[in-house]
Design a protein around this ligand. Structure first.
Ligand SMILES: *[C@@H]1O[C@H](CO)[C@@H](O)[C@H](O)[C@H]1NC(C)=O
Ligand SMILES: [Zn+2]
Length: 314
C-alpha cells in the first residue's frame, strides 16, 4: 500500500478510532524530545552517532575511566535539565490519566516525560534514565532517583573553555548539525579534567563501589522488570486497539518488532515522525496512519478527543 495520506480525513478517522480504543500502546523515541531542544540519537548529528559518545556508553569505558564517563553523563543530565517537557509530553501524560489501558514504552533517558508528570506505572523506561543512579557493582542492588546538577560538586561543568550550555556552544553545535556533522563531546571544546575516584558519586549502601548512571549501556540487556511489564501488557487477552509510534524509526528494532506484535493483537498502527519515508519494516497495512511533523504539534492534536486542549506549562 502507498504511504497513507496526511489530511483532515486521516485525522478524523484516527480520532474516531482513538475514541473507541481501550488498550493503547505508544512507543516513544528521541524525536519526541527534539522540539524540547535535545539532540536526537539517530538523526544527522545525533549525539550518539559520534564514535566518542558510543565508546563512552559501555561498562568497560566506565571501568577504565569513570571520571571521563561521569563527565559525559553529567553533561547530558545538565542539558536534559535545561530542556523543558513539550506539549507532546504533557499530552501523553494526560492520556495516561484518562485511559488506564494506555502504556508508553520510552527509549528516552532524558527525564522529560517524568517531569511532565506522566504516571510512573504507565511509563516503561526501556533504556533507563539519566536521573537514576545505581551501584556499579552487579552484586549490590542500590539505586536512587537523583536530579542534582552537577551530580557531585567535582563534576561542575568546567569553566575556562567554552561552556557547553552557552549560546556560543549551542550555535556551534547547531551549525555542525546543519552541515550534517556529528556533535560529540569533543565539539564542546572544554578541557575535561580528570577527577579522583573519591570525588565521584559513591554507593552509600556497600560503601565499596561508585554509583553509575542508571541507563542501559551498549552490551547490556534491557531491564528485566520493564520487559516483563511490556510483555504482560502485550500478551493480555484483551488485545490491543492501537499502537502509536512517536519520534522513533518504525523501520528498525525495537519499534518494528512491537508494531508486528501489536498488529497480531489486533492493533491499528499510527506513526508520527518528521520523515515521510518511515514505513514500518513489514510495510503499511490498510487502515494505518502516518502523520508527518513535529511531535510537539501533532501529538496534542491527535489526542484531543480524549484529553481536550493541552497547554504547555511555562
Ligand atoms: C545525588 O547524588 C550525589 C552523588 O552520590 C549525592 O551527593 C547527592 O546528595 C544526591 N542528591 C540527592 C538529592 O539524593
Ligand atoms: Zn553498592
Amino acid at each position: 500500500m502507498a504511504t497513507p495520506s496526511i489530511d483532515k480525513h486521516a485525522l478524523d478517522s484516527f480520532h474516531a478510532h482513538l475514541s473507541q480504543s481501550k488498550r493503547v500502546l505508544a512507543l516513544l523515541g528521541a524525536g519526541l524530545s527534539a522540539s524540547s531542544g535535545l539532540p536526537t540519537f539517530r538523526g544527522a548529528g545525533g549525539l550518539w552517532r559520534s564514535h566518542d559518545s558510543i565508546s563512552l556508553a559501555t561498562p568497560e569505558a566506565f571501568a577504565a575511566d569513570p571520571s571521563l564517563v561521569w563527565h559525559f553523563y553529567n553533561y547530558r543530565r545538565h542539558m536534559a535539565l535545561q530542556a523543558q517537557p513539550n506539549p507532546a509530553h504533557y499530552a501523553l501524560a494526560e492520556l495516561a490519566r484518562k485511559l488506564p489501558g494506555f502504556q508508553c514504552l520510552s527509549q528516552n533517558v532524558d527525564g522529560l516525560s517524568q517531569r511532565a508528570e506522566h504516571p510512573p506505572d504507565q511509563l516503561q523506561l526501556l533504556h533507563g534514565t539519566l536521573f537514576e543512579l545505581k551501584c556499579a557493582s552487579r552484586r549490590c542492588d542500590y539505586h536512587e532517583t537523583n536530579f542534582t546538577d552537577p551530580v557531585v560538586p567535582a563534576l561542575a561543568i568546567p569553566t575556562g573553555g567554552v561552556d557547553p550550555t552557552s549560546n556560543e556552544a549551542r550555535r556551534e553545535a547547531a551549525a555542525a548539525q546543519d552541515k550534517g556533522q556529528d556533535l560529540d563531546i569533543s565539539d564542546v571544546k572544554v578541557p575535561i579534567p580528570s577527577i579522583s575516584t573519591k570525588d565521584l558519586p559513591q554507593c552509600p549502601k556497600c560503601n565499596a563501589h561508585l554509583l553509575r548512571p542508571g541507563v542501559v549501556w551498549f552490551g547490556e540487556s534491557l531491564p528485566a522488570s520493564v520487559l516483563k511489564n511490556v510483555d504482560d501488557f502485550i500478551d493480555a487477552d484483551a488485545g490491543i486497539d492501537l499502537i502509536i509510534v512517536i519520534g522513533t524509526s518504525a523501520k528498525v528494532y525495537p519499534a518494528a518488532g512491537y508494531i508486528d506484535e501489536a498488529r497480531e493483537k489486533g492493533a491499528r498502527v499510527c506513526v508520527v515522525n518528521m520523515d515521510t519515508n518511515d514505513a514500518p519494516a513489514s510495510g503499511w497495512a490498510e487502515g494505518d496512519w502516518l502523520f508527518q511533523g513535529d511531535a510537539a504539534t501533532v501529538v496534542p492534536e491527535l489526542l484531543k478527543p480524549v484529553i481536550g486542549e493541552i497547554k504547555a506549562k511555562v
